[in-house]
Design a protein around this ligand. Structure first.
Ligand code: SF4
Length: 233
């Protein structure tokens, strides 16, 4: 029996959706060459429904500003396109475009120095910065059921749990225009996203080995980190 198809853009041999280099006047690309697992072929009604969300004026404007900002991150020179803005400048420019004044910084305690630097930069750019560190609440890990031997610190030591729900709740109460996540752990970030009710973006994710650049593991996965590509038997 044929296996049920599901979207797998990450395996696409054609990426016809990009239609890169085509003339706008020629309209959208033909789906003829798109693979059978292409979401455009599998679920056109759902995509049409998703598209109609952009008809809401506030969503349309937000999406428009995001795309304007995206384009401003490049410059077109005689020898081609060049990138020109690091993500921090992209954040500043986008927040300004949206008319945001108060930003929320939800950061990890392990990235406290980075939080200080980012706060300096954002305040120097005239934003008000509400910041909440992950350990806020000072609740011991035992409160969520950790056994002493499951802590990072020695079993007999106090260890404050990461508290992303507190971080999100404070952001919501402070009515920040946009929350910015800085270096939260996997899982803690998931909870923060679940409980945060304000617009949210990420300036950096945590990677304890690669200086908070998890993609470095991919870039070295054919050399030093080849073990990552081993198939589980
Ligand atoms: S949307 Fe379709 S054509 Fe585009 S990358 Fe995904 S599978 Fe490929």
């Amino acid at each position: 029996m044929a296996k049920k198809q599901y979207p797998r853009c990450g395996r696409c041999p054609t990426r016809v959706c990009e239609n890169w280099g085509a003339k706008a006047s020629n309209g959208p690309p033909s789906l003829e060459k798109a693979p059978a697992f292409c979401p455009m072929k599998l679920m056109p009604e759902l995509l049409a429904e998703a598209l109609s969300e952009y008809d809401k004026p506030e969503v349309r404007e937000f999406a428009r500003l995001a795309s304007v900002q995206e384009a401003e991150c490049y410059e077109r020179l005689p020898d081609g396109l060049r990138t020109k803005l690091p993500r921090i400048e992209e954040l500043i420019q986008f927040a300004r475009k949206c008319g945001y004044r108060r930003l929320g910084l939800a950061h990890c305690g392990g990235l406290f120095s980075e939080a200080v630097l980012l706060t300096d930069i954002l305040e120097n750019n005239d934003f008000e910065v509400v910041s909440v560190q992950c350990k806020c609440g000072a609740v011991p890990k035992e409160r969520i059921g950790l056994r002493p031997e499951e802590k990072i610190a020695p079993p007999e030591s106090w260890e404050t749990m990461c508290n992303p729900i507190a971080q999100a709740t404070v952001m919501n109460r402070a009515e920040v225009d946009m929350a910015v996540m800085l270096g939260l752990c996997i899982g803690h970030d998931t909870l923060f996203i679940k409980y945060c009710n304000v617009p949210l973006t990420v300036i950096a994710v945590k990677d304890r080995v690669f200086g908070h650049n998890p993609l470095a593991a991919l870039y070295t996965s054919e050399t030093y980190y080849r073990r990552l590509r081993n198939k589980i038997e």
